[in-house]
Design a protein around this ligand. Sequence first.
Ligand code: MOS
Length: 742
Amino acid sequence: MPETLRFGSNTGQPVTRRDGVAKVTGAATFAADNRPDGLLYAVYASATIARGRVTRMDTDAALAHPGVVDVMTHENRPALAGDPDTKPLRFAFRMPLLNGDEVFYANQAIAIVLGETLEAATEGARLLAPEYESLPPRTGLDDDAPFVSAGGAFGLPEGKEYGDVDAGISAADTMLEARYETSAQYHHPMEPHAVVARWEGDRLILDLPNQAISMTCKTLAYYFGVPPENIVIRTPYLGGGFGSKALLNAPQVLAMIAARKAGRPVKLVLRREQLFGPTGHRGKTRQTLRLGIDGDARLTAMDHDTLAATSSFDEFLEPASNASQGLYSAPALRSVHRGVRNDIGTPGPMRAPGEASGSAALECAMDELAEKAGLDPLEFRLRNYAEVEPGTDKPYSSKALRECYMCGAERFGWAKRPQSPRQMTNSNGHLVGWGMGTALFPAPMFEANARATIRADGTALVETGAVDMGQGAWTSLAQIAADSLGLPLGRVAFHAGTSELPDGGVAGGSAHTATAGSALHAAGIDAIAKLAEVAAADPASPLFGTGNAGVAARDGWLIAQDDEARRESFADILARAGLAKIEGTGRGARSSDASKRHAMYSHGAVFAEVTLDPYVLQPRVTRLVGAFAAGRIVNPRLAESQLMGGMIWGISFALHEEALCDHRTGRIVNGDLGGYHIPVNADVSDLEVMTIHEDDPYVNEIGVKGVGELGITGTVGAIGNAIYHATGHRIRRFPIRIEDLL
Ligand code: MOS
């Protein structure tokens, strides 16, 4: 295929979000904005204990309240076709769907009340006044016997081992053994989890914010005993997901069951504090790293052991040890994950699952080791730069990490960094420190399908089922499609986000643009090929007989490759052929061959400046520079915005975010956005993102990797290292707080 057909002038442009106006004017409807006729409002009662049983609920009092229509508890929840105690699919969680009276975590749904109004349902839920028999909750990593992850299932990461780790460690000239801890974090998308559910016979129509529509249809089909086609999910807009909407949660399913039981549509919107429990979270970790280096400061072995909290009824172990794979050149590596059962909601994927927590530990450990080796932290990383993937020796499909290091360091002024800590102060006499970290995230692809339709008026409609989480996929995916079709962006309409469209796969894993983009690209090429066939076979077309010489699509014209004067517009070709449209289809996925040949990752380098008043010791990130390489940047504005968001989450991880559990009750004491700290504008000063050019001919047809999760990785470590450089204190627990620095 000629390059002009593949990529025109749309990709690479910093186009603003196409759905931006609809969003800021309120024209974009989110799931909870839907109000079908006969709607009932659902409110659920949340368990106030973390472990035990519900012994009594005053359902009579709730039912007696005016406007309350129904109360569903474990005693009257209709039977499900599929047992919720099983996992219907590889990517599904076990869910307490009022299966019994047991409480597994605080904020678990223990009853759901339907009302004619939200107020009636809210009051009904309050009147239930549940009583419990409670047991002491397990809330810490030492509260139960750990188990080793065997791998082989979602949530149970594979261990990895290559080379002789023990030999590498005994041969090391210098060793670092350090233990790092990361806290539990809860995703808080601006749009809380919600659902509007209505049944039409045995068809279930859902307005449901969800990152994995087709998978979710299958899970629900299992629970309700209907074919997956009977589940219709419409979720054109999402107000953020961050992984928390990748999987269904129990309250959403309960609302669907309640709608069927009541024979009326039901709306449920989780309250902000209800997002601390049933909707997944980043599980806390304790990571032990053992790294050895030889006399030349080259790694001899890496040993990364992660202990992570999971729930009592399912497994999701934060795959933090994965961060040590694929980045630094070490002849031997062992990564292990172990889990501990706590009485908490099951953790789940949260932006950069594994790498965010793991790279925080790894990048701090690398900084500690660089100091032991007497080397600048950047020099130390360059000395351990992997030219091929460690352990497999596969070449990288592309890797501009060295350029990221150089450009980022140059921009930041890294060369002026004194090697020892506590050397720099600013004009206010505040301590200043500089630190860095490497960013790494795999560049996976899932599977997506798409359709491209060239219409009689010469415009096109492109469609794929997957959602836009808010990051701008509506725009960047349309840019890719427009180039494949040889059309200006304004002549390409884009539909996405419903299960009625071709299965668009999952919006997650930093793979959405790569996967859905590849599918749209293939669909566009297919449509153009079909259009070209029509023209080439038509004696009345200027393109008659172009056949082998081929044509390119540009600006709504098909143009003969060998003679620019021979051209015809899409509209004319269709009109003369008497066609209302031409449709192409495409699939995006990576062949296992491609994965066998190349290792694929996005990379970056993050440089941080931290400033602290020596008497107050509150760390402030006064400067952050990130340089990232992620293949083709489809839309620099949106990509940089994603990376910036990731880096801000890095600030959050390093200095703010922590769900604090009360060990007596198992409840989260700061379980709302008043107490759960995240950075505000005042916490983010000077933040700069650079993207480094990277041509990747192997990662997929469109050369796109991913940027969604990359920005967090590297940033946390860079900030921790900058705090050390400013204060001389090595803090190995995140978030780093004032009291740690006293
Ligand atoms: Mo992401 S944690 O795959 O939404």
